[in-house]
Write a protein that binds this ligand. Structure first.
Ligand SMILES: Cc1cc2nc3c(=O)[nH]c(=O)nc-3n(C[C@H](O)[C@H](O)[C@H](O)COP(=O)(O)OP(=O)(O)OC[C@H]3O[C@@H](n4cnc5c(N)ncnc54)[C@H](O)[C@@H]3O)c2cc1C
Length: 424
């Protein structure tokens, strides 16, 4: 083992664990403030959940996943094997405590409180991404294209009425469209969709993986250190963090930030934290030459599937599958995405040899991340960004950097505290 020396320049040594979009954005904010930052990942940056998301920058998505009536909807979905939600029976006992907290969070008062907290992380998210990507020299990765949500009929739209009301209450511009309006925006949308909800101010990333790697490369170019190592433990002395221990070395530090996505809590059980982080496994299928032109993220709202035109082709992404971090991916889940893509865009050309990807969304039952200080001095949390981690990452990195440096912030960290789950 080679204990890393503390920097001799008088600045605190800050070690971040996890180089997904959440970790690299936090690292960027800290380095920009002149901090001495090391970013550790067991892999190359951006190969976790951040690799293959739908690329939607959903700055108005203030409705949490657990909405009133969620139990009824979930039970209906569980009876349909092709539904966007899947919980394998064998996994149900493991998921049950998380699901109980999820249902509890769907009370209308909680939904309003959570949506208020979400709006603080989402409101200026696209501006923050633009700032970071401009600074690192790849401004073209994100675009304010708008997003188009599609519904077959009024009945389906009514199911989402409260979500749309919350978005509206928080200031999102929404244009309701009929068939003609849908076709004016996206001429290839098929006849099954009669109602569109267009949100002109939302946007997308054309390549979420390139977004992470561009920020990581720039971070390294400007003096940040990226280390490839698997972190095994966080070493503390009394109530203060002392070092991050990897398989290859021990990294002495003044501050350690956990940004390890769905794997974050694995590093915390030895320290006595009990946080209900669950992986919601999502899938994508990208068709490199779809034979049609799509201009913006199109969402089949009845199937909860995003169809995003990316640099690498047209991507269908979505589904929520419980099953933990170890179970193999299930090709059938991806097959449903391919079917959904053909339903939304009947003229799309899908080759027989399509391949798929599965990633672990790091999810807390109340749809909010855990961000801010821990019970140990110098140990910080920044994980659990769930379905909106790409969108939130640029703002959450800023908030975290301010908290570590003791700078004022206009966002109250209380709703994101780990203590909402774990009061010792
Ligand atoms: C199908 C799908 C579609 C999605 N669509 C969207 C979308 O459209 N918009 C949006 O905003 N969000 C979306 N998301 C969510 C978003 O992708 C995630 O919230 C986000 O990527 C989480 O980022 P992260 O950095 O926290 O985690 P990750 O990207 O998973 O990064 C965690 C990193 O930690 C590293 N790590 C873990 N354990 C250790 C260890 N012990 N030692 C060292 N390194 C470790 C991993 O290697 C990994 O690189 C989607 C997710 C999925 C699956």
């Amino acid at each position: 083992m080679h204990p890393m020396e503390m920097s001799g320049n008088g600045r605190d040594a800050i070690v971040l664990i996890g180089a997904g979009i959440v970790g690299v954005c936090a690292a960027w904010h800290l380095l920009r403030r002149g901090e001495n930052v090391t970013l550790i990942d067991r892999d190359e940056p951006g190969l976790g959940c951040s690799f293959g998301n739908a690329g939607a920058l959903s700055c108005g998505s203030v409705a949490p996943l657990a909405m009133p009536g969620v139990m009824r909807d979930a039970l209906t979905m569980l009876l349909d094997p092709s539904a966007p939600l899947r919980i394998p029976l064998r996994y149900l006992p493991k998921a049950a405590p998380w699901l109980r907290q999820f249902v509890r969070a769907s009370h209308p008062d909680d939904v309003r409180r959570i949506s208020q907290a979400l709006s603080g992380l989402l409101a200026n998210s696209i501006e923050k991404h633009v700032e970071i990507l401009g600074d690192v020299g790849v401004p073209g990765v994100v675009h304010r294209t708008g997003q188009l949500y599609l519904y077959p009929d009024e009945k389906w739209l009514r199911k989402d009425a409260m979500s749309w009301q919350l978005r509206k209450d928080h200031g999102l511009r929404i244009e309701r469209l009929g068939r003609e309006g849908i076709l004016a925006l996206e001429p290839d949308v098929g006849p099954d969709y009669a109602i569109g909800m267009f949100t002109p101010d939302q946007g997308m990333s054309v390549n979420p993986h390139r977004q992470v790697t561009a920020i990581a490369s720039d971070f390294a170019r400007r003096g940040g250190e990226i280390v490839r190592d698997r972190v095994t433990t966080i070493e503390v002395e009394g109530h203060r963090v002392k070092a991050v221990c990897g398989e290859n070395a021990v990294y002495a530090c003044d501050h350690a930030v956990i940004c390890a996505g769905a794997w974050s809590t694995q590093l915390l059980t030895d320290l006595g934290y009990a946080l209900p982080l669950e992986s919601q496994r999502g899938y994508h299928v990208t068709i490199p030459s779809p034979g049609i032109t799509v201009k913006r993220p199109v969402v089949a709202a009845d199937r909860k599937v995003f169809l995003t035109p990316m640099e690498g082709g047209l991507r269908a992404a979505g589904t929520v599958e419980f099953g933990g971090l170890m179970r193999d991916p299930n090709r059938r889940r991806a097959h449903y995405l391919v079917r959904d893509m053909s339903r939304v865009f009947p003229r799309v050309q899908i080759p027989a040899d399509w391949s798929f990807w599965m990633g672990h969304r790091p999810c807390f039952p109340d749809s909010l991340p855990v961000m801010g200080p821990s019970r140990h001095r110098g140990l910080w949390f920044n994980f659990g960004h769930g379905h909106l981690g790409l969108t939130m990452s640029a703002v959450s990195g800023d908030i975290l950097a301010r908290a570590i440096r003791g700078e004022p912030s206009n966002i109250d960290l209380a709703p994101f505290s780990f203590e909402r789950f774990d009061r010792h």
